[in-house]
Design a protein around this ligand. Structure first.
Ligand code: NAD
Length: 358
């Protein structure tokens, strides 16, 4: 089969980690007889510099006519003084909106080989960790009405948290489908003891559950979920939550797995279309030094193979290759510990390609 992939390398370490991921995808294509056709497009600071706009229409057009999008990262010190609405990071929000990406999947997988990078006690993570946070991505407080007004207390700012039942239903269905493919266990996280929008969330998730009688559904308040994530994370399998709670909870879940350089993500639209990206940013402190860990982006490509192209065997092969170089003792600087061999971005890509060939 042939697949069209829009590549958005972006800024900082983005182009470096994308380059290694393309090598890996090409190796998979060669081994399994698939053609991956990549079209590189501009977004973020690179686009601001080239055309004065962080998300040119041509980028949106290429993404829309592709089967999937692979993004590195955007942003950096150079553009930090621009006003909020002109910053490179706006490109990400724009892409989510333009491409209808309403579901963000963030697996937090602790590789046994990296157990020592986890800040939790060994007895808490014994046997490893494998959680997926499904975060609603296009609604809630980040997209609600916002503004300033004058009150007797001075300047007052507000951001409205709002959810429509259809928005909750579609993300709940993504999460239940995910739970069906895994251990049939779903925790819905909200703040229904305080927020009206959370009460609606809870009632819609409970309604959707009727179509998934095999899935064991639980509800948890966000404050408790944040605590349980470090106290007993193994109780979780799939978590579904709103935009703001998911933002925070998925960062917490990723922290317990060790390095930010290891974590992939997928943002899905209706149907199979998706945008895949590492959870880390553009890491300007290490950009251009062959120090970035490309594994998060390579694992994002594995998610693309699985969720958009339906190529599970190929996705497993990529994940196996990543695991194999870890078990051979190779480490980039971010996951380095004494006794292991330090390698750079390019060598990591090359070694993963080699492991796929074996
Ligand atoms: P960051 O994720 O870029 O970096 C945080 C720390 O983690 C840094 O020390 C960095 O060196 C390290 N790190 C990150 N990725 C790594 C990798 N693959 N390998 C090794 N080390 C890695 O977060 P930040 O410093 O807060 O943000 C830097 C820029 O990235 C900012 O402009 C920010 O707005 C942007 N950003 C973009 C995205 C995105 O494109 N989706 C996400 C987050 C931040």
């Amino acid at each position: 089969m042939n697949y069209k992939i829009a590549l958005v390398p972006g800024d900082g370490i983005g182009p470096e980690v994308i380059e290694e991921t393309v090598k890996v995808m090409n190796k998979i294509g060669e081994k399994y007889g698939h053609g991956f056709q990549f079209t590189a497009v501009l977004a973020g600071g690179a686009a601001i510099d080239a055309v004065g706009n962080c998300l040119p229409q041509s980028t949106i057009d290429v993404c829309k006519t592709s089967d999937a999008v692979l993004l590195g990262a955007v942003g950096g010190w150079k553009w930090d003084t621009l006003p909020g609405d002109q910053r490179p990071e706006r490109a990400i929000l724009g892409l989510r909106k333009q491409l209808g990406l309403f579901a963000n999947l963030r697996p937090a997988l602790l590789f046994e080989e990296l157990a020592e990078a986890c800040p939790l006690k060994p007895e808490i993570i014994e046997g490893g960790l494998d959680i997926v946070v499904v975060r609603e991505l296009t609604g809630g407080i980040y997209f609600g009405e916002k503004g300033y007004k004058d009150t007797e207390l001075g300047r007052t700012a507000y951001d409205v948290e709002q959810y429509a039942e259809e928005e909750v239903r579609r993300i709940a269905m993504v999460a239940f489908d995910m739970a069906m493919k895994r251990n049939k266990k779903l925790a819905s996280v909200d703040k229904a003891n305080v927020l009206e929008s959370s009460r609606l969330w809870r009632s819609v998730v409970t309604e959707v559950a009727k179509d998934y009688s095999d899935v064991e559904l639980s509800h948890m308040y966000i404050d408790n979920a944040a605590m349980q994530m470090v106290r007993n994370p193994k109780q979780f399998d799939v978590i579904v939550t709103s935009n703001i709670f998911g933002d925070i909870l998925s960062d917490e879940a990723s922290m317990i797995t060790g390095s930010i350089g290891m974590l992939p993500s997928a943002s899905l639209a209706k149907g199979n279309f998706g945008l895949y990206e590492p959870i880390h940013g553009s890491a300007p402190d290490i950009a251009g030094q062959n120090k970035a860990n490309p594994m998060a982006t390579i694992l994002s490509a594995a998610m693309m193979l699985r969720y958009t192209f339906g190529l599970s065997e190929e996705a497993n092969e990529v994940e196996k290759a990543v695991k194999s170089i870890l078990s051979q003792g190779y480490r980039t600087a971010d996951i380095m510990s004494p006794g292991y061999e330090l390698i750079g971005t390019k060598e990591t890509g090359d070694r993963i390609v080699k492991a796929i060939g074996e």
